[in-house]
Design a protein around this ligand. Structure first.
Ligand code: ADP
Ligand code: MG
Length: 249
């Protein structure tokens, strides 16, 4: 065993003739941000799907806190401490910011959905939701309709929803997508602090954010990890420059 909080071993997943994951083994250790980068179609979201349980691998294994979860359903993985944010937002736009956070807290509590109404008056869950909103800087926006938030604030809210799980591991799929300079800078600062609460597996195209945040980077191309290392090692890697980074390195 390793000291990894999250580990994949030799994941393989094909869609027809296409090998979307080809022997993918990665780890995520306490306190770190491990970035996964690579071109569109490289298999980044497919990897995240297998880690969260939305996609079943053809072969290989996923471990959370040392326990195998390869066949475990997504809600049980979430209850075991795996918090995921999505490439496409899952927020309820017509609900308020606080309601979205409460829905997250309700999910984390394991109580069934029909308890949503009583939850609005459940002090412990409300405290948990409010603490998460405060942590991401949305304490002044709790009564606002989610649709009225800026794009960047919605990303902050998604992190707050994930935080209500009190996660042991974060998995994030392109959280910076569509954000302007200011939004990216704010989210980068938030993620920077979050790693000490729970490590983050970060799929991201925004190289400024990746280079600022990553303790380690793994590069996926055609479903394979072609390189793994520190920011300096990856920037200096000729194969990575050819396959993906080009000018950005
Ligand atoms: P990335 O997130 O790196 O852009 P994806 O993991 O979304 O890449 O996709 C990897 C490859 O698998 C792509 O070629 C994509 O078209 C294909 N793919 C992903 N999901 C499916 C699916 N459900 N059915 C068929 N092909 C898929
Ligand atoms: Mg993707």
């Amino acid at each position: 065993m390793t000291d990894a909080l999250l580990e994949t071993r030799s994941l393989r997943k094909s869609f027809g003739a296409l090998q979307a994951s080809d022997d993918v083994s990665i780890t995520l250790r306490s306190g770190e941000i491990h970035a996964i980068i690579g071109p569109n179609g490289a298999g980044k979201s497919t990897l995240i799907g297998q880690i969260s349980g939305a996609i079943t691998p053809d072969s290989g294994q996923v471990f959370l806190n040392g326990a195998e979860v390869t066949q475990t359903a997504p809600p049980a993985r979430a209850r075991a401490g795996l918090a995921r944010t999505f490439q496409i937002s899952q927020l309820a736009m017509e609900d308020t910011v606080l309601q979205n956070a409460l829905l997250g807290a309700l999910g984390a509590s394991g109580k069934p959905w029909r308890f949503f109404r009583p939850v609005l008056n459940d002090r412990a869950l409300r405290d948990r939701a409010e603490a998460a909103l405060e942590r991401v800087g949305l304490q002044g926006h709790m009564a606002m309709r989610t649709a009225e938030l800026s794009h960047g604030q919605r990303r902050q809210l998604e992190v707050a929803v994930a935080l209500t799980l009190e996660p042991r591991v974060f998995v994030m799929d392109e959280p910076m997508a569509g954000l302007g300079t200011e939004g990216s800078a704010k989210l980068t600062e938030l993620l920077d602090g979050l790693r000490h609460q729970a490590p983050i597996l970060l799929v991201e195209h925004d190289m400024d954010a990746v280079f600022a945040l990553a303790d380690r980077i793994s590069v996926l191309v055609y479903g394979r990890v072609i390189a793994s290392g520190t920011v300096a090692e990856i920037r200096a890697n000729a194969q990575v420059r050819d396959a993906y980074l080009g000018e950005e390195a």
